[in-house]
Design a protein around this ligand. Sequence first.
Ligand code: FAD
Length: 347
Amino acid sequence: MHGSLQAIVVGAGAAGLGCALALARAGARVRVVAAGAPRASLAAAGMLGPISEAALEPNGAHPLGVDLGLEGLDRWGAMAPALAIPLRRGCRLLHRPETLARAAALAERAGWRPIADAGSLRLQEEAVLEAPAAAARLIRAAAAAGAQRVQAQALAPLWREDRVIGVLIEGGEALEADFVVLAPGHGRSTVWAEAAPALRALTPARGCIVAVEQAPAGDPPVLRTPEVYLAAQPGGRLLAGASMEFGVDDAQPDPTIAARLHAAAVARRPDLEALPWRAHAGVRAMSPDWAPLLGPAGAPGLFLAAGMGRNGWLLSLLAGEIISAYVFEQPIAPLYAAFSPDRLRPS
Ligand SMILES: Cc1cc2nc3c(=O)[nH]c(=O)nc-3n(C[C@H](O)[C@H](O)[C@H](O)COP(=O)(O)OP(=O)(O)OC[C@H]3O[C@@H](n4cnc5c(N)ncnc54)[C@H](O)[C@@H]3O)c2cc1C
């Protein structure tokens, strides 16, 4: 136990909650400073799909992203039952032959047994969770481990010489801690970028997604096609997504995009047509190599769990474990060190 160590986590989305839970369970006294709803995290489809995501990533994506994603999925497999977060397993990729070939090769390398059938690939190991329910469970688990919530905007880092020793929150209060973990989603004000220069490399990408209520689950629960993915949530909704609108950082869904996603979903599943649906959106923080920034931010005392991109839920628990290892000065595995924010710091 490390009972005397105090940590502040800024942000309570998938990244901040993963960090708060891991730090509190490791024995830190944790305060989570969060303002507003974590819209990206609540909008998400909750797919835990390291292989299908890696197969769809563009050239220039981080070469180890798939390995990190596989570990992220392992953490969910190990921890979800105790957190009472239901996972549904299985994904069918119905994509171009080159995407399927890439996914099959990655899956085989991971020791999975992908099943090719009728121009598609089944990945039984991939999973899906219901993001809002998972967030609620993580909040409860972090609170049970002692984490406290402070509902406020963290306006700026609190400095002592060149070290970050806490945060200034709205109202002028200064909260001190031994370490601050910044998990701001797409929030990237210049005040924070001075202490965490890699934040400047992040680009917002709005994701519009359509929720169909009371939809019968598909088999397997996740279907991914070039036009749309369908993710059947453990709670009964079906999510059809999602757009990648680079440079857009407001979370209002675009009605034209929503209608296109709904039409693509109905084309795949005509039984959805008669069901009520609505659109929502969230803003992802994308890094240039589509991989997260996990580790020392630059200024001593400050860590980043940012740039979670399209995989913030997949990586949530693992991100917490990695940040906790940094905070407690434990050895950092080479795979994790490869995602340090250092790689994106402007020279
Ligand atoms: C449509 C869509 C579908 C997605 N589908 C998936 C999926 O299937 N699987 C998957 O793994 N990921 C998915 N994602 C990505 C995933 O949602 C994100 O990567 C993840 O939610 C990011 O979490 P976060 O905690 O970094 O950010 P957020 O969820 O944005 O949370 C950050 C929080 O920090 C708060 N904050 C920021 N700055 C401050 C401050 N200074 N003071 C106080 N609070 C602050 C914000 O208000 C916000 O509440 C999807 C995203 C979208 C938009």
